[in-house]
Design a protein around this ligand. Structure first.
Ligand code: SF4
Length: 181
């Protein structure tokens, strides 16, 4: 891989569209990476993965899919610490991205999560930078939150599956029962 190669963790097709386009325009050779054991239930995970596959095909970018669905590891970290669940959730996914990037010779990693105004942006930066330092690989980041709607405009003509909640079963509960824990 070249010095400008980046492995981009993708949380969903709709956040990925603008993100991959942005890093491409910055001159990076991009590859998308799917690893999201925080998406429950499994059928929902599969719907979102299918949307990602379609996006990769339409936008012509390579996509690495980690076939493991480590839902049990997710719950092992989160149960009993639900108030900190997003921290663990970001760690699990970004750690796996950095490890996969290193294993495959990428010079950096990034995440589509950084485009979302619904995610904890500063926490993502802190976790990404800590992992980068620990593992010896660059973490690319840019505040793309003002382009969140642009990204959705890019995917709209494709008619891809669109999720109604963040991912975990807790967020599904909050979304549909109006609960906030
Ligand atoms: S709310 Fe979203 S970011 Fe937080 S733990 Fe659930 S899936 Fe992960």
């Amino acid at each position: 891989m070249k010095d400008n190669s980046v492995l981009i963790h993708c949380c969903c097709a709709h956040c990925t569209a603008y993100t991959v386009d942005y890093w491409r325009r910055q001159g990076y050779e991009i590859t998308a990476f799917w690893y999201n054991p925080n998406i429950h239930p499994f059928t929902e995970h599969q719907h979102r993965l299918e949307a990602m596959r379609s996006l990769a095909k339409e936008f012509k970018f390579p996509l690495i899919i980690n076939e493991r669905y480590d839902m049990i590891e997710y719950f092992n970290r989160v149960v009993g610490h639900e108030d900190r669940r997003c921290r663990y959730c970001f760690q699990i996914r970004l750690e796996k991205t950095a490890e996969t990037a290193l294993k495959n010779g990428f010079s950096s990693f990034a995440s589509s999560l950084l485009i979302s105004p619904h995610q904890k942006h500063d926490m993502l930066l802190e976790i990404g930078n800590t992992i980068a330092e620990k593992k010896g690989i660059d973490f690319l980041n840019a505040d793309l939150r003002k382009h969140y709607s642009d990204s959705r405009r890019m995917t709209k003509p494709l008619g891809l599956y669109r999720q109604q909640y963040c991912g975990c079963i807790y967020s599904e509960w909050e979304r549909f029962a109006g609960e906030k824990q």
